[in-house]
Design a protein around this ligand. Structure first.
Ligand code: FMN
Length: 359
């Protein structure tokens, strides 16, 4: 059953559009700087994430594992992650905890990228012992705990998880016993500030906002079983831009200690720059990399990510930001639905718009 679902996800994602709602970045605007005063060679995209230095603020997010097809994809993704010096997560390892025979489909990432930053991935509902087995399986540098309750709700009863109690205590316990940093991750509905606060209180090293606007697993499960039943929920959740601001707001004084992954519909270097300028540590990308893999293999995945990095550097040059931390000092004007939402939630947006008060 699980193997069929994983294959169906890969199949459906190949022809899937993002949305229907957007990731919200069209509401976030940089203020053009006509006197940036830097040369292209001066830009530096190196950042720190979960205590490690990485060459670019991009992450290949959790996608797959557990089937032969997944081994090919994971191998290609790991090769690109190694070349570009960026982190990568494997897909959920639940299958491999139960069935030794599929472990190879995850372990290939270590063969391809022995020293790179690789994250394990399991549901936040799994026990700390199971989560730590997943880490050991691939000698992971971090552990992603995913939260995908709306997706589970769209699965038929004999397939989905139907017990969602105790997740927060479970996360806390896993954080306590994990030898590697824990990243708590949504998969397309965003994290609101109330839950962000709770998650940060567990001691998690990072939150991945996994906002609305990219790959839509409510729609994907609907396509697998019953589109009509999924239809009312297609717009469920917080957009990635909204969630990012909510999570950063809730992090408050702890913002320096918690890394934030901006993911969900990030598709170009401009949105990447906006996500970083809002306060994200790195951006995570998944769906487009599946499409690249099927259209042109490892080379197409690398080309796509390098294109995003190139655009990010272009934005940095146009704004006069030599580094990602300088990018975070640039003013951002937030308008439209995203501004309305955030203001209704009591978040002051002037602190983004009037940032560079030296001028
Ligand atoms: C085919 C596919 C399978 C995925 N499987 C997992 C998974 O096993 N665990 C997980 O945490 N996220 C999984 N995701 C979610 C992604 O990591 C990411 O959070 C989500 O797709 C939003 O990013 P995107 O809009 O760039 O695709 C999967 C995504 C895709 C496209």
């Amino acid at each position: 059953m699980r193997k069929r679902r994983k294959l169906a996800h890969l199949d459906l994602v190949q022809n899937l559009d993002d949305g229907p709602d957007s990731s919200g970045f069209e509401d976030v605007h940089f203020v053009h700087n006509c006197l940036p005063g830097i040369n292209p060679s001066e830009t530096n995209t190196v950042v720190k994430f979960c205590g490690r230095e990485i060459k670019s603020p991009l992450m290949i997010n959790a996608i797959t594992g557990g089937i032969d097809e997944a081994a090919k994809i994971n191998r290609a993704l790991a090769a690109v992650a190694c070349k570009l010096g960026i982190p990568m997560a494997v897909g959920s390892q639940t299958a491999a905890l139960q069935d030794r025979e599929v472990r190879f489909s995850y372990k290939v990432v270590r063969e391809e990228n022995p020293d790179g930053f690789i994250a394990a991935n399991v549901s936040a509902g799994l026990s700390p012992e199971e989560a730590l087995h997943a880490v050991e399986m691939i000698n992971a540098d971090a552990l992603q705990l995913h939260l995908n309750i709306p997706q589970e709700m769209m699965m038929p009863e004999d397939e989905g998880e139907l017990s969602f109690q105790g997740y927060l205590d479970n996360i806390r316990e896993t954080v306590r016993s994990s030898p590697v940093p824990v990243i708590v991750k949504e998969v397309g509905c965003g994290i609101a500030r109330e839950q962000a606060k709770q998650i940060i209180s567990t001691g998690a090293a990072a939150l991945d906002v996994g906002g609305k606007g990219g790959t839509n697993f409510i729609f994907i499960e609907g396509l697998r079983h019953n589109v009509e039943a999924a239809q009312p929920f297609l717009n469920w959740g917080l957009s990635t831009a909204t969630s990012l601001v909510e999570v950063l707001h809730s992090a408050g004084s702890q913002v320096e200690q918690v890394d934030i992954v901006a993911s969900g519909g990030i598709r170009n270097g401009l949105d990447t720059a906006k996500a970083l300028a809002l306060g994200g540590s790195v951006v995570g990308i998944a769906g487009p990399l599946v499409r690249c893999f099927y259209n042109g293999g490892e080379e197409a995945v690398e080309h796509y990510l390098l294109g995003i990095e190139r655009q990010l550097r272009q934005v940095m040059i146009m704004l006069g930001a030599r580094s990602v931390s300088e990018l975070r000092e640039k003013p951002l004007v937030i308008l439209g639905d995203t501004a309305q939402w955030l203001q209704r939630r009591g978040i002051d947006l002037d602190r983004f718009a009037c940032r560079d008060r030296r001028l």
